[in-house]
Design a protein around this ligand. Structure first.
Ligand SMILES: *[C@@H]1O[C@H](CO)[C@@H](O)[C@H](O)[C@H]1NC(C)=O
Ligand SMILES: *[C@@H]1O[C@H](CO)[C@@H](O)[C@H](O)[C@H]1NC(C)=O
Length: 386
């Protein structure tokens, strides 16, 4: 599905764009736009559009998702804003619109300050690679490669000719991920042994690096590449993988083995990013340490106002962690907490807006993030208050 049903209208938009381009202005002297690839951690509405094209009802696209978003609209995998939304706000840019929309013209005008290709449920690896390993993606086939293909296909209608597009890409902040988490989520939650899943982590990392190299070749100068979350702290994994035989971190109550797995992915990613950075000193590659930014909350939930502890989901079913595979958030039978801001977990897999806000704040206060803007301009946008 998906890729074949999306057609990109380009002729005619060219003229509008050229005039837009000449009046192109920086929002806060930092980046004029954000280009994003990834999965549910960054999707601002693409899965919603794909699901409506294919008439695929998904709980994750139903209320109470979005209940605390400005207009209560669905399409984001949380009760409100995501890290990408806080990133856009901190750069004084509009929230990044999903690439897949109904109306071509509105599309392109909306993309002046950014475009988001991330699709909830997406994997880094293509289904053609995952399926022979027995891994089936029930949500979407819009893998990182598909998203990159959409990007290349849509460039002429977004930025015109090659030199304008190179300029557009070079001035944009490009968010690559988080991606790869779902390559592991599906098999782990299906009960495949972690040792088996570990064996294809290098393949996932290579796929992400190949996308990054592609983007650099196309002119990217500022890339933010997030790692994976401490998945051993998520209610879904705690419920499905928890047992008497598992080691739990005494400080947080998280599953040690799964957190180590996430760190394994992150370490490999960071090592490869450092190699690419060395090859391209003129490009700013920022590793976004989602793992440690989130661990701060899991270690000190009360300090950040998460008075229900860090491990329970706000929306879902019964059970120690409010997660029940037979009562999924977004289904009529699910229950929703009264105060989502006091929970870290939203639905057992994704976090609440309150958690994403603090994670964003932790991230944007790191020196790496502050260096993002300073390389191209003296004005810092990322230190703006959140
Ligand atoms: C690209 O388009 C711009 C106008 O938007 C024009 O000034 C420029 O010469 C074009 N470049 C090439 C290589 O065609
Ligand atoms: C993904 O593609 C396969 C064919 O390769 C198709 O059978 C399947 O329905 C697709 N899945 C989704 C969620 O679109």
């Amino acid at each position: 599905m998906g890729s074949s049903s999306i057609s990109i209208t380009s002729t005619g938009l060219f003229v509008i764009l050229s005039s837009l381009w000449s009046s192109f202005s920086y929002a806060n002297g930092c980046y004029p736009s954000i280009i994003s690839f990834g999965d549910s951690l960054a999707d601002t509405g693409n899965l919603k559009q794909l699901a409506s094209i294919s008439n695929q009802p998904l709980p994750v696209l139903s209320p109470p998702y979005g209940q605390n978003f400005f207009d209560q609209s669905t399409g984001r995998c949380s009760n409100g804003r995501l890290i990408i939304d806080f990133l856009a706000e901190s750069l004084e840019l509009p929230l990044v619109p999903p690439f897949l929309q109904d109306n071509g013209i509105n599309n392109v005008l909306a993309f002046k300050h950014g475009v988001n290709y991330a699709v909830a449920g997406a994997t880094a690896l293509d289904p053609s690679v995952l399926e022979p390993m027995g891994i089936v993606n029930p949500m979407t086939n819009a893998s990182l490669g598909v998203q990159l293909a959409w990007f290349k296909q849509s460039l002429p209608s977004i930025c015109g000719n090659d030199s304008n597009c190179r300029d557009f890409i070079g001035r944009s902040l490009i968010l690559v991920g988080e991606i790869g988490g779902n390559d592991y989520n599906y098999p782990i939650l299906e009960g495949k042994p972690v040792e088996e899943i570990e064996s294809f982590v290098p393949l996932v990392i290579d796929t992400i690096m190949s996308a990054i190299n592609d983007l650099i070749e196309m002119g990217a100068k500022s890339l933010v590449v997030p790692g994976n979350f401490p998945i051993g702290c998520l209610a879904s994994y705690l419920t499905v993988c928890g047992s008497e035989n598992e080691a739990y971190d005494p400080e947080t109550g998280c599953l040690v083995r799964l957190n180590q797995f996430a760190e394994f992915h992150n370490e490999l990613l960071l090592r490869k990013l450092n190699q690419v950075q060395e090859l391209h000193p003129d490009v700013n590659i920022i590793y976004a340490d989602y793992y440690n930014a989130a661990m701060e909350i899991y270690r000190f939930p009360y300090k950040h106002g998460f008075t229900n502890g860090a491990l329970k989901a706000c929306c879902g079913g019964r059970g120690r962690y409010n997660y029940d595979t037979s009562v999924i958030c977004g289904e009529a039978s699910a229950t929703v907490c009264d105060e989502p801001d006091t929970y870290v977990g939203w639905d057992g897999i994704h976090l609440t807006e309150a958690a994403y806000r603090i994670i964003s704040k932790n991230l944007f206060s790191t020196p790496q993030f502050k260096s993002l803007c300073s390389k191209s301009t003296s004005r810092l946008g990322l230190s703006a208050s959140l």
